[in-house]
Design a binder for this molecule. Structure first.
Ligand code: BYC
Length: 474
């Protein structure tokens, strides 16, 4: 069970280590000050119907109640230790899992933890303004739930930095509160986390596409031979599932509403659809293309010696590593990666060890495709002839082998000029953004009411009705 009587709730017996406890209690007010500054705008007095973790067991781990977000009990929750756990891959395979940081891997491990940690506050910063234009109280509550849990994921990484990395770790923990999403001088580490999330369609796309990168990266880190990292990522994954649900169901509800309006009014031209205050499917496709391509970049270069080192040293595994049937060292294995040669995209075999980023990206794409198929079903069931598709893997990429090439959504290699001529058929234009934002100019806050551009969800949160008071504004 989690101990909520302490200043910092935890299940790691924090009270036993006074020095660590004091260091984290020192970081806590800095975190809160960041939250007041960069957390959801003007929300500090709201009472929000939130879930809080009460135990780390998979069944019934949360309780629901009204909470003012700055009073949310952020804390440190790790899955229980399995005394028999081993390092399951790489050159240390078969050794007992490490309970401390192996000296020779200290700096790369710190870097992985910092990169992971940096994304969490970044996403809160990106979503800061969205509460002002929510489509319903239900949706407002959901974004706040996502935000407080991203805050907790930051705590998860900061605990590791403080507990295992001494002074360097404490400095990194401070820097995590100092970088800012989109800042020119001190930006967040990874590209997608410096992109704005200007409206709710972007928010749902982000939680569907980018939070799912979170899932795959956390799954790879949950295989780590460094046991405290593995255990903290396992618990983070249980929270992550809700974020992806918010994204997938959010986009699905927008598609559903658009299809209803198209059917009722027997229209399909985007201008007609827009004139009725819903988001045309073509715009939804463009948002999809954008969020998919920037998220693909988050997996890093197709061929990466960093990724090979992480794996060989037992720090970061593959998706579902222990379920895979091979030697778990990848000594002789090969893996296909794409490259652009002249005006063709070729596939070549490279040592699988160096292609681990690409492999994780491919695992991700498979799951994303299944989600897009579920959205397609909503369109098909409405009898509308429109296909949502994933663009080619090389489309709009800035990291890896496709960087610097101008590739269409269907995979043709174009000149820059040709590509630019189609840019806003494929990606949202400033006009698309301003149309979508024009729909979201204020908050829909009446009980049980939903904005015109989104269908209500199938059910409420935790068995509550759709007209439940999910947020009290005070
Ligand atoms: N943007 O060998 P390379 C989440 C840098 S999301 C900018 O290609 P590597 C969440 C790279 O750092 C999950 N820079 O890449 C979701 C390196 O820099 P240096 C976050 C990039 O190292 C929603 C250089 O390029 N977790 O949790 O193999 C809401 C060449 O590196 C990017 C993780 O990512 C980029 N996109 O792999 C909230 C897990 N990509 O060394 C939360 C931890 C690469 O030249 N991170 N670079 O200075 C990692 O495992 C690895 O750092 C990466 C990159 C997979 C990201």
């Amino acid at each position: 069970m989690i101990n909520y009587t302490e200043k910092i709730p935890n299940n790691v017996d924090l009270g036993r280590d006074r020095v660590l406890q004091r260091a984290l209690e020192h970081w806590q007010p800095a975190y809160l000050s960041w939250w007041y500054d960069m957390g959801p705008n003007e929300s500090h007095d709201f009472e929000v119907y939130l879930r809080t973790a009460t135990s780390v067991e998979p069944d019934g781990w949360a309780q629901f109640d009204y909470v003012k977000m700055p009073e949310y009990r952020w804390g440190i929750f790790l899955q229980p230790r399995d005394e028999k756990r081993q390092v399951n891959f790489g050159i240390h395979k078969g050794q007992p899992a490490w309970q401390d940081v192996p000296g020779e891997y200290r700096s790369i491990l710190r870097r992985i933890i910092v990169t992971q940690g940096d994304t969490e506050p970044a996403s809160v910063e990106q979503q800061k303004m969205l509460g002002l234009s929510c489509p319903s109280l239900y949706d407002l509550r959901n974004i706040f739930q996502v935000n407080v849990e991203e805050g907790r994921h930051l705590w998860a990484m900061v605990y590791l930095l403080h507990r295992y990395f001494g002074r360097d770790g404490r400095e990194e923990a401070e820097s995590l509160l100092a970088r800012r999403s989109g800042d020119t001088d001190n930006p967040r580490i990874l590209g997608a986390f410096n992109e704005p999330t200007p409206d709710w369609l972007a928010f749902y796309m982000f939680t569907f596409f980018t939070d799912r990168d979170g899932k795959f990266q956390l799954c790879a880190l949950a295989e780590s031979g460094f046991d405290p990292l593995a255990r903290t990522c396992r618990f983070m994954l249980t929270e992550e599932a809700h974020h992806m649900f918010v994204g997938e169901s959010g986009v699905s509800r927008i598609i559903q509403r658009t299809c209803e309006v198209m059917k009722e009014n027997k229209i399909d031209a985007p201008a007609d659809v827009r004139s009725l205050g819903v988001i045309d499917l073509q715009t939804i496709q463009r948002y999809l293309n954008f969020h998919y391509s920037v998220t693909l970049d988050l997996y890093g270069s197709d061929v990466s010696s960093n990724a090979a080192n992480y794996y060989t040293s037992g720090l970061k595994g593959r998706f579902r590593e222990t379920k895979l049937e091979d030697d778990h060292t990848l000594r002789d294995a090969m893996y296909p990666v794409s490259e652009v040669v002249g005006n063709k995209i070729n596939t070549k075999q490279v040592p699988a060890l160096t292609a681990l980023n690409e492999r994780l990206r491919d695992d991700y794409i498979e799951e994303i495709q299944a989600g897009v198929n579920r959205w397609q079903r909503v369109i098909d069931e409405a009898g509308i002839a429109f296909r949502l598709t994933l663009p080619h893997k090389g489309f709009h990429r800035e990291i890896g082998n496709f960087t610097g090439h101008f590739i269409s959504t269907t995979g043709e290699i174009l000149t820059e000029e040709q590509w630019k001529a189609h840019e806003f058929e494929w990606l949202p234009s400033p006009k698309d953004y301003s149309y979508v934002q024009s729909l979201m100019s204020g908050r829909v806050a009446e009980l049980g009411k939903f904005a015109n551009w989104i269908a209500p969800p199938v059910k409420g949160v935790n068995g509550q009705a759709l007209d439940f008071q999910y947020v009290r504004f005070n």
